[in-house]
Design a protein around this ligand. Structure first.
Ligand SMILES: Cc1cc2nc3c(=O)[nH]c(=O)nc-3n(C[C@H](O)[C@H](O)[C@H](O)COP(=O)(O)OP(=O)(O)OC[C@H]3O[C@@H](n4cnc5c(N)ncnc54)[C@H](O)[C@@H]3O)c2cc1C
Ligand code: SF4
Length: 347
C-alpha cells in the first residue's frame, strides 16, 4: 500500500488567511488542497512533494451558488462534484455541466472532489501516473525528476494530457474563474486558465485560489457533453466533447463552441468546426463537415489509455453524435470495432 509522506496541514479560518498562508511560498514546497482526490494519490506516488498543504475545504467563501440560467450562475469553487451533478439550477439550466460533473471518477470521489480541484486536476500520461519505483525503473521523465520525454524522446516539452471533465464544458459556455491571490482579485476566462504544456499546465500563479466559477446566462443555449473512457464505472476521459450552440427560431445556428478534452495538454477549442456551423441549419451534411473539420487538427500521442488512432477516430464520431443530438436528429448507436469490445460510452 502506498502511504502519504509527512506534511504540515494548515487550516485557514478565512480566504484572506489562506492567501496569506500560501503567499511567498515556493510552488514545490506548499500547495493548496481541496478534496485531495487528485493531489493525495499524486503525493503517494511522489509526483508532488509539498511540505505544507493549505486546506480549502472549510472556507465558507468558497461555497454556495447564486443566480440562475437566465441571469448567469456563480458557483463556489468548493462545491463538490456530487452537488454539481444534482443541483437543480445546474441540471436544468446547464445540463452539460451537470453531466460532466456526474461522470468524474466514482461516487465516493465525487463526494470529496470539488469544482476548483477539477479545474486544476493534474495532466496525465502513462509514463507519469505510476509509482515512484516504476518511474525510477525506466528512468524518470521530464514531468518529474527526469530530463527525457518517453512519449516523444526528441521533444523539449511534456505532452501529458489535460483530463478535466468539467473544463471543456465551462470553456464552451464562456465561463470565467475568479482568482484571489496576494496581488488581489482578478477574473480569467476558463480557456485562459490552461496552457498547452503538460508540466506548466495552468495559466495562473500557484498562490492564486479559484474562489468562484462565473457562467454567463444560458437562455437559448443548447449544450451537451460526451465522455469516452474504457470503464463506465470510473475512468479519466480519453476524449471529452463539449458543445454549446445557439439556434434561432428557424433552427439556424447563430453561435457555436466546440471544445475537446483529453486530446492535448489543454482543452482544445475547435473554432473552424464552429465556423462551419454558424449561419447554417444543422443538417446531416453540415454536421458531417463540422465533425470532419474538428477531427483534422487533433493529434493525440501514445500516452493515455486506448490507441491513438482510435482516439483520433472517436473525435469525428462523437462530435457528429453530439451535434446530431442537439439538432434533434437520430443518433445511431456506435458499433465498437472488434478490438474495442470492452469499451463503454457514456453521455
Ligand atoms: C481513481 C480516480 C479517478 C478519477 N477520475 C477522474 C475523471 O474521470 N475525471 C476528472 O476530471 N477527474 C478525475 N479524477 C481526479 C479528481 O478526483 C477530480 O478531478 C476532482 O475533481 C479533484 O478535485 P479535488 O477537490 O479533490 O482536488 P484536489 O486533489 O484537492 O486538488 C487538485 C489540484 O487542484 C488544486 N486546487 C484545488 N482546489 C483549488 C482552488 N480552489 N484553487 C486553486 N487550486 C486548487 C490543488 O492545489 C491541486 O493542484 C480521478 C481521480 C481518481 C483518484
Ligand atoms: S509526455 Fe513525456 S514528459 Fe510528459 S509525462 Fe509523459 S513521458 Fe513524461
Amino acid at each position: 500500500m502506498l502511504r502519504l509522506p509527512p506534511f504540515t496541514y494548515m487550516v485557514p479560518r478565512s480566504l484572506a488567511e489562506a492567501v496569506a498562508m500560501i503567499a511567498n511560498q515556493e510552488p514545490a514546497e506548499a500547495m493548496l488542497v481541496a478534496g485531495g482526490t487528485d493531489l493525495y494519490p499524486n503525493m503517494k506516488r511522489q509526483q508532488y512533494e509539498p511540505k505544507i498543504l493549505v486546506g480549502l475545504r472549510q472556507l465558507r467563501e468558497l461555497h454556495g451558488l447564486t443566480g440562475n440560467a437566465r441571469d448567469g450562475l456563480t458557483i463556489g469553487a468548493g462545491m463538490t462534484l456530487t452537488h454539481m451533478s444534482q443541483q437543480r439550477d445546474i441540471l436544468t439550466g446547464y445540463p452539460a455541466l451537470a453531466t460532466a460533473a456526474g461522470l468524474v471518477s466514482t461516487p465516493q470521489l465525487r463526494n470529496m472532489g470539488t469544482m476548483g480541484g477539477n479545474l486544476c486536476v493534474d495532466t496525465r500520461c502513462n509514463y507519469y501516473n505510476q509509482t515512484y519505483w516504476w518511474r525510477q525503473a525506466i528512468g524518470f521523465c521530464m514531468k518529474k525528476d527526469g530530463a527525457t520525454c518517453w512519449v516523444a524522446p526528441g521533444s523539449t516539452r511534456c505532452w501529458a494530457v489535460s483530463s478535466s471533465d468539467t473544463a471543456p464544458v465551462l470553456i464552451a459556455l464562456h465561463a470565467q474563474v475568479r482568482l484571489v491571490g496576494p496581488a488581489g482579485e482578478r477574473l480569467l476566462p476558463v480557456h485562459a486558465l490552461y496552457r498547452d504544456d503538460g508540466i506548466s499546465y495552468l495559466g495562473k500563479r500557484h498562490d492564486e485560489i479559484i474562489t468562484h466559477i462565473l457562467i454567463p446566462p444560458a437562455t437559448g443555449t443548447v449544450m451537451a457533453y460526451v465522455k469516452v473512457r474504457r470503464r463506465g464505472a470510473f475512468d479519466f476521459p480519453v476524449l471529452g466533447v463539449a458543445v454549446a450552440l445557439r439556434l434561432d427560431d428557424a433552427g439556424v445556428c447563430t453561435e457555436a463552441r466546440v471544445v475537446l478534452g483529453a486530446v492535448a495538454s489543454a482543452p482544445l477549442l475547435a473554432p473552424e468546426a464552429a465556423a462551419v456551423l454558424v449561419g447554417q441549419r444543422l443538417t446531416p451534411e453540415v454536421i458531417d463537415t463540422a465533425a470532419q473539420v474538428a477531427f483534422r487538427p487533433v493529434k493525440p500521442l501514445d500516452n493515455t489509455d486506448l490507441t491513438l488512432s482510435y482516439r483520433k477516430k472517436m473525435v469525428r464520431v462523437h462530435v457528429t453524435r453530439v451535434l446530431r443530438q442537439l439538432a434533434g436528429l437520430s443518433v445511431a448507436p456506435h458499433r465498437w470495432d472488434a478490438g474495442d469490445a470492452s469499451m463503454k460510452e457514456i453521455g
